[in-house]
Design a protein around this ligand. Sequence first.
Ligand code: AMP
Length: 742
Amino acid sequence: MRLVKLLCSISNPRSKSKTLFSLPSLRGGAISFFSSFSSSTAMDASGESLRRDLAGKQAAVDAQADAVRSLKARPGVSPSEIEAAVEALKKLKMESADIARQIQSSTVAADESSSSSGAAAAVGREAFRQAVVNTLERRLFYIPSFKIYRGVAGLYDYGPPGCAVKANVLAFWRQHFVLEEGMLEVDCPCVTPEIVLKASGHVDKFTDLMVKDEKTGTCYRADHLLKDFCKEKLEKDATLLPEKVAELKHVIAVLDDLSPEQLGAKIKEYGITAPDTKNHLSDPYPFNLMFQTSIGPSGLSSGYMRPETAQGIFVNFKDLYYYNGNKLPFAAAQIGQAFRNEISPRQGLLRVREFTLAEIEHFVDPEDKSHPKFGDVTNLEFLMFPREEQLSAKSAKKINLGEAVAKGTINNETLGYFIGRVYLFLTQLGIDKDRLRFRQHLPNEMAHYAADCWDAEIECSYGWIECVGIADRSAYDLRAHSEKSGVPLVAHEKFSEPREVEKLIITPSKKELGLAFKGSQKMVVEALEAMSESEALEMKAALESKGEVEFHVCTLNKVVIIKKNMVSISMEKKKEHQRVFTPSVIEPSFGIGRIIYCLFEHCYYQRPSKTEDEQLNVFGFPPLVAPIKCTVFPLVKIEKFDIVAKRISKALTTAGISHIIDITGTSIGKRYARTDEIGVPLAITVDSTTSVTIRDRDSKQQIRVDVDEVASVVKEVTDGQSTWADVMWKYPTHAVTPADEA
Ligand code: AMP
């Protein structure tokens, strides 16, 4: 989600400031339609010098982070000293993010330049997508919602096979995450009161910049219009001078960082008009993507349809922590609908206005982010695209997960553990591992409080798509809700021996403040109590030297004078029996619709018909996600075969295997082709009363199995206990004849 201003993208509470695609990829790859990611060009001299600056700044960040860590570990260090060191670290991180952003601009610009040579590949991708989407829509995997009323952009229904695939994906998600990790699952309402989303930052910052056709009022996403304009110019205008080419590429690279004013100025400068009418466009303005509603009949209580499920978990933290025996770490999970009123939804299921999210919030002690099961994933090796490779214009590469954590490429074990688990989840579903990569966020993409973020990106005909975000969000969300609700969302660590600590005590004198500020007294008291340690110590010094000090009270939006007798500030030594802290949260967030769409593309292929005059569509789903596990076909329409087919169907039902019987008189080859098209992995053909054939969808090989054994063989293969190759060994092969082909 883009944010109104650059500053916001750094400090946004739920920072979503990203375009759907990351850098374009247009190099020839394993499948002719596609290409693997390519970040092509060499950086110029200024790029080199920026990278040197970044390396220097990064070294300073690391050194300062070490300094903070050792200060925290040293006994007797005052909190103000630690706070000052943390502030210095934040400042260095901001500076480093700024340089990274500049490098990213030149990298994206360079990559865009290579994309025009991929026009032919783009045509291939478009044709491939058309073939997939036609099959999906014709076989009712999904349907544009409210179609008989001409539909609504960004809203889709899942039809019968789509529903079955989605149910299988979610069942596997529950098994792979909730069950495996003993997560606490919750199910919260979609309608959410305003205060919750105010605290999370969504009310103020969950925005995209929009422009309107001045005559018709049609709305467009401002950054999309500008990007489309620049890309079209670059692709089609051969007369462009080199300076103009560089300028357009630069604009594409920095799109996410442009303020409304800068975006508006560019739209005017380039003379961009409304695409449909060529009318003038309004200035860009932020549009909040949440669907607003009111709760109850009075209309006084404002609410929103939730834009994510995570907030439901955060607000329940206290009860869930108690439910978990007041122990950390633990994870809560939620599957549910999320709503985002996208300005211009496009790319089918990839950018929609209502979609299913599956989210995990793993709560952990910020001082110990180790994971007891990290050893289970440490040997995995897969495509990763760390920050450094992106900034030095290299490609994603295979990296060992254990090494990535050990070297600090991935910030901590728990984050690494979830990255590994997400990799296993996606590849077991059927996502091609060579078209899956984990891309680390660049410093300017991350909120300042985030420790590290990685996206699982899947390559499909639209490019590399972010399908799962895995972020270490530190303590931000729980703190925000603690502050707004007044309910401490904290965890405790009991000490075996009491420890002596120095604590800052701020005691406002309500009597003196009441006399001075009357009705505003409460606000002044709250502001004094909310001072950070460094602010309080600064005030103490000023009161001691001058007797009074100016103090800005945000809630009053004015500066007041605080005198010495109005507040006492001191550092006191105290014995503590426990540590009270706000847990960090590690959040894997899965866009289920995006994963399913990419799965459709990765599983789809075509093969020629018997006469080779037609291409037949096949979805090669793994049995785990296949909407129907097998079909039963009586070879010809005779009663004795029908009786056997019904007996097999009963046995399959008892074994819990979804199946369909097709008793139409159509040729067996056509019936196979029809079910290949919805991805049914196995087909049983009844051609005798004692034994039947089972056909494997992808190899088209057949085996002969006794009628009484057939359900258990199908179960073995579809449950994943045996592969087709295993059962091929065990049972006699049945020769495939031309009649078996469509
Ligand atoms: P976010 O909270 O923006 O990081 O989104 C979490 C996940 O939701 C992303 O990784 C996407 O997979 C998915 N997602 C976000 N926006 C949309 C959308 N408009 N349509 C479909 N999926 C989305």
